[in-house]
Ligand binder design. Sequence first.
Ligand SMILES: [Zn+2]
Length: 843
Amino acid sequence: MRYFLVWCTAALLLFNSLQAQAPKKYSSNEIYHSIQKLNFLGTALYVAAHPDDENTRLISYFSNELKARTAYLSLTRGDGGQNLIGPELQEQLGVLRTQELLAARRVDGGEQFFTRANDFGYSKHPNETLKIWNKDQVLSDVVWVIRNFKPDVIVNRFDHRTSGTTHGHHTSSAILSTEAFDLVGNPDAYAGQLDQTEVWQPKRLFFNTSWWFYGSRENFEKADKSNMLMFDIGVYYPMKGVSNNEIASLASSQHRCQGFGRLSSRGAQEEYIELIKGDMPPNTEDLFEGIDTSWSRVKGGSEIGEILEGVENNFNFKEPVSHLPDLLRAHALITKIEDDHWREYKLAELEQIITAICGLYLEASAQEPTAYPGSRTGIDIEAVNRSEAMVMMRGVSIGNQIDLKVDKLLDNNEKTTLELDLNIPESSEYSSHYWLREPWSIGMYDVTDQALIGKPETPPSYQVVFHMTINGYKIDLDRPVVHRYSEPDKGELYRPFVVLPKATANFNDKVVVFANGAMREIPLTITAHKDSLMGEVELKYPEGWQVSNSIQTIEIPKKGGQKTVVFEVTPPASEEEGNIYPELRVNGRKINKELATINYDHIPTQSVLLESKAKVVRLNIDRSGEHIGYIVGAGDKVPESLEQIGYRVHLLTPGDIEAGSLDKYDAVVTGIRAYNVLDGLKLKQQILFDYVKQGGNLIVQYNTAGRWSPQYKDIAPYPLSLSRDRVTDEHSEVEIIAPDHPLINFPNTITEKDFEGWVQERGLYFPNNWDKAFTPILSMQDEGDSKTQGSLLVAPYGQGYYIYTGLSFFRELPAGVPGAYKLFANMLSLGKSELDNENAIKG
Ligand SMILES: [Zn+2]
């Protein structure tokens, strides 16, 4: 069947994960491994929900031991999690984790796919997950990926039968994969896809079980395993000098922003998969039993198989180029295969091998990492043949822009260089992450181009095609345009070559809170991506707001230079919120983009272009006190948020906490998970309690249960135990159960309305047991759960107050949620209503 190959262009699948990395250079061993994979025509797909869910032991085993084409389909990009290595959160974290998955796949030999599902944060049940995701769209994407990738076997990480026992995203991934298994072969299901792909039926669907799902190792030992396959995923690869499990550890250690760096392990280890759908292979060791995984699988493949199996069986490690005539013969035969899927994929694989055996190095490196529409960029071309093969470079081309005739014979180890002059048309699209181009919702990214759905990355902006003749045989080889450079402390580096706007504009704060009616200055930093940038910027703002200097001129002499302009913004008289946008006008083109650059050693540099905007929130908020001591925990933006409403926040480490040193603060706050991450903090606990006893106000934000509870019971001056209780639905009803408490009345009156507009969740790790000295203030619960009253607990202690709260202020304050600000201001003001009334600052 002929169909228009939009998605499954094998070159992209093969090289996407290599994009902008140092080009892979193959040893004889690696070439041999590639030939083994070339001769294996079986495909496996692993399915789960997040970056880090994937079992790299199994992915590596399928790819390196079984030689199968293997991929991981992660339904989300992990946008909703936390970041242990830098400031990226939400969509930027999704970009970072996408790259960490690609880095993991470069290690374990897999490929990587995604759906449009957005990781919206923790969810207790798949019913909730599949309401927030558009279930039909995510299922459609799973079907689409399967129809294009054509796996023979699918392995789910999670069990589709056990809703409620793990993250709702996890169970949903298994439910959708299982439903998709029954739909992919049905031409009536998602029929709209079929003008771009074709139906496909995988043979088997498994669940990657383990003792963990049986409660204990003993239970699992006793379990009936007649419908399970077992693999020794500790197998040793002498050709690589490492065992499968060592590769797996290295792969999962790429998930650095999640703190997944781990020790490698060696030795035999069993891994089980349980059959869910399809037939059980009678021989319980062969995943592909009954599936033809040889070249005879493909019409016209037998002759190809004979040639390539000959190469594999007689592989010449010392002189791999001696196989060139056979490989070229096989190439010519593969081009005649009617099956588009196998033809495209196997040609791309074989072309890598042919290039590798000739030691043929081809590179296209832009002289600068970024360009802008309307500019010209030099592209340095390097071509070296390091073999006795007759290699001729006939020409090079870039799209329909450049088509240069070269006609040069590449003599053994003689380097050829060329410089191309690439014109970036004024109408060029900017390089961007395709799923971030359209506005997205909490549950779904919006991607209109079906051909992009599933792909890990946007295809590179520019590719160079090298038109080669090798031993008289014509072959075209693509290379993405990259930027090669060096840094004195790191050596040679590569990054993607990207097209950026002439200038971008970033607000310093994405949310600006006006605690009262006073004017605030809002800075905007403009970065030039060209020399001699001249233009102007206008701030667009909602009705009722005032900006005294909304249009300003910009002039930045050098590319990479920055200028900060300041807008004087006055809010309306009443409480309101809206968005402000900058419009840059440069040479008649309007630009509203901000640029975030994500730069870590383990991933290629990412230039993330997003709509530039900031949220402005006008509150009427009263507060008491001024100086806050903030003990920084795992990292949160609460201090910056408190400064926005006029507090002066002093960041503290455990070393700063000495007897009497806290007296100057109106309140002391511990950052999220402070007791989990700061070993020195528990040694200072008595000083903190003494501070409270003498009239201080201590606010402890959430810590995870386990390390502190119940083993370490002294987190509070009275008994308090933490639990895993959480309320994940940010819309869940909140009841104020201590309406007369000062926390609810001073200086701001809190009502149920203040719990509207919260984001992501209500809170987490709420205490479930507390001393009677504590007053619970709020009651809340997720649908189907029982009420929890542990989200906000307050107890008088000596002259002061101790507050423990698992409410997610670390999410709500940076998002500009008015009610969360008022409640936090009341927590900070506690105890000041009688003592310090005249100091209360009125808005
Ligand atoms: Zn997960």
